[in-house]
Each structure stands twice: as C-alpha cells, then as structure tokens.
Design a protein around this ligand. Structure first.
Ligand code: MLT
Length: 392
C-alpha cells in the first residue's frame, strides 16, 4: 500500500542540514577526509560544572517523572534573572517565559499558534530554514523579505509593500544573524517595533548568538527595545553560549499572550524537557560565565584564520562582529551550488550553499567556525590549491 503524505509535508523542502549530513556520510564512506564547515554545532565541551549538575539531578528520582511542559518555575526564574543581569530586561518568570526543547522546537511551533492556512508570514531572506519550514507546515505562505549586503543584511521595512504588510500576521527576525553574521542596532529594533505596531504584526526574534561576539562588541536583545514585549517574543537557548546544542533546552520570552499560547500548544504536543536538563541549564545561566569569553577567544582566532586566509586569495571579506559564521560571495562564474560542489569534490571541504537559506542566498556560501584552527588552516590550504586566486 502506498501511504500518501499530507500536502503540507509534501510542500516542505528537505531540511538543509539533514541533506548536508547525508552528503558528508556518503563522502566519508568513500574514504574522503572531509572537513566540514557546514552546521554551526559548537565543538568545544560543555563546562564540567554543568555536567556535574546534570549528573546530580539525574540521580534524583523526583526528576524522573513527567516535567511541566512549560518548564519548572526555577528554570524560568533563572532565565528571567539572566535577562535582567545581561540585558537589563525585566521578565515575569510565571507569565513571560516558557521553556522549549531547544529554541528550534518553539520556532517550528509558533506558526501553529498564529498562522492559519493561507496566512502571510514575513521571513527574512536569507535566514535559518526553520522559520519558513514551520510556517509552511502550518499551511501559511512565507513572503521573503530580502536582506542585502548594501543594507548590512537588515530588512528595509519601508520596502515591504503595504498590502503585504497589512495581511502579514507574523515576522521573523534574527540578530546576530545566521547565516550572514550581521548585527542589529537599537535603532533598527525601534523601527521593527514601530512596523509591528503599525501593521499589528507579531515579531518573533531569534537570538541564540547574543553571547558569541568579538572585538569588544556586545550584542543587544530585541526585548531591550521600548515596546518590544507588547509586539513580540524572543527565542534563546543555552546551545551556542555553553556548547550545549545536543542538550535541547531553550526558551521563548516576552509577550505573555504569546508565551501562554506556546505553552498551551506544547501541553497538547509534548511533555517538556527532562528536569535534570533544566537544572543543568539553570547552572549554566547562573554559574560562572568564564566560558563566554573563552569561547569567543577561540572563535575569534578561527574567524581571523578563515577570513585572512580567504582574503589572501582574493576575497574581500570583512570580519563578522558576532556569530559562528562567515558569509562570503562565491567567486565570479559560480553559483552557490556549483561552488559548494567544487570545494567538496576537489578539496573535500563542506560549505553550505547560500540558497539553502532562501532565494537571496544565491551567490553566497556559509562557513561555520566550529572546528579547530588546524583543520581550518587545512581547509584554507585545500581551497587555495584547488580554487586558486579569485578576482571579485
Ligand atoms: C546552523 O548551522 O545554522 C545551526 O547550527 C542550526 C541550528 O541551530 O539548529
């Protein structure tokens, strides 16, 4: 019997990183020594004090039962306290914070709370594929808002046609930005709040990279913007800050109605995150923060090796101020796909084609800084040898 899928799942493109993982596995099976600059998955270890907290709490039978789907109050309090210390943002842990099984889970689910089939959602282009993916699954229609180098990869709200803005219900934003490494200013976030108010659009700001920044730059939270909590929420997690991607613990905070709706949806669909992991995340957020400066020192060195190395052979890249990504144009004569294929086939180096993040990613590729300086140097050497000097 052929089992027929629902149209909504048929409409969903294959997940970018699942595709890349399959490609890497195939090449490795052929015996190729692959250097992957693909997924942005921190390679450094989770700090010991966090692991010790997990181990202690995992041994406590009180943590072995179903957790609350919206998170323990002490986890939500730790999030609120961290927002207060880090951004000066006040959050009520009872009504303005909900735990997530990694922020990807909430990003995927938020569309189900606010978009009906046929609704319009504003999705930056390029962007993290889950924004469009979640919306498509909910039957909504993404309207792609271009992010261009000329505008520092910030959307131009004035450029969104008013008939589109009038029917849009939700907009995703993400700074520091994946995949471009761009950062937002306070003024930009003020514009976002004004736009959201004018058109009654819910802003979903995704902020997992606020702690990954270099050269003295300190990213801001969308929730610091006056009025932000009245128009939106922010997704965040411990993944990139404390090297905890596999632990799957994040949160959404901001507008209480949106937090409540996400919690209601989750109570119907999942049973929250294992309490021992929530305790570990509390330890991460409230314990010593030296890991942040340490990670950033490591990523900065890697960023410099990668950017300086590519610039030596003809690129003219600026060093990103934040995130674990370097976003670069492909050499003339190439498309995103042909260049990614060339460096994979000839150099055994995986880069992500820009088109994986949306149509406006065409002509770009992304490299992540989640591998050692030695491997990065080798990747550069291989690209130098196989691609040679390029001219822009
Ligand atoms: C990425 O490489 O874009 C991220 O690691 C994906 C994610 O955070 O889920």
């Amino acid at each position: 019997m052929k089992i027929i899928e629902a149209q909504r799942i048929k409409n969903l493109p294959p997940y970018l990183f699942a595709r890349i993982e399959r490609m890497i596995a195939q090449k490795r099976a052929e015996g190729v020594d692959i250097i992957s600059l693909g997924i942005g998955d921190p390679d450094m270890p989770t700090p010991d004090y966090i692991i010790e907290e997990l181990s202690r709490e995992a041994k406590n039978p009180a943590n072995h039962q179903y957790p609350s789907s919206v998170g323990m109050i002490n986890f939500r309090q730790a999030v609120a306290d961290w927002y207060g210390r880090r951004f000066g943002v006040e959050l009520d842990p009872k009504t303005e914070v909900v735990s997530l099984i990694g922020s990807k889970e909430g990003i995927g689910h938020i569309s189900w709370c606010y978009l009906d089939p046929g609704d319009t959602v504003l999705v930056p282009d390029p962007s993290y594929p889950v924004y469009a993916g979640g919306a498509i699954l909910a039957g909504a229609v993404p309207y792609y808002v271009p992010l261009t180098a000329e505008r520092g990869f910030l959307p131009d709200f004035a450029d969104i046609p008013s008939d589109v803005a009038k029917k849009a219900k939700m907009m995703f934003l993400n700074y520091p930005n994946n995949p471009t490494g761009a950062v937002a200013t306070e003024e930009f976030f003020r514009e976002a709040v004004a736009f959201a108010r004018e058109y009654r659009i819910l802003i979903c700001h995704d902020a997992p990279y606020t702690e990954v920044a270099f050269d003295g730059y300190k990213p801001i939270s969308f929730l610091q913007t006056p009025g932000a909590k009245e128009v939106g929420i922010e997704f965040h997690s411990v993944s990139k800050t404390y090297n905890m991607t596999g632990w799957r613990i994040g949160w959404a905070s901001g507008h209480p109605d949106v937090v409540e709706a996400l919690g209601r949806l989750k109570s119907n669909l999942d049973s929250g995150q294992f309490q021992a992991i929530q305790y570990a995340a509390i330890a991460a957020l409230s314990g010593p923060q030296d890991i942040v400066a340490y990670n950033n020192g490591v990523y900065r060195e890697r960023r410099d090796i990668l950017v300086d190395g590519l610039n030596e052979i003809g690129w003219k890249l600026e060093k990103p101020k934040a995130t674990i990504y370097v976003w670069a144009p492909v050499p003339p004569g190439h498309t995103s796909e042909s260049f990614a294929e060339l460096v994979l086939e000839k150099a055994g180096v995986v880069v992500t084609p820009g088109t994986g993040y949306g149509p406006k990613g065409a002509g770009y590729f992304r490299m992540s800084l989640t591998l050692s300086t030695g491997r990065l140097k080798e990747a550069i050497e291989r690209i130098k040898k196989q691609v040679g000097t390029v001219k822009f």
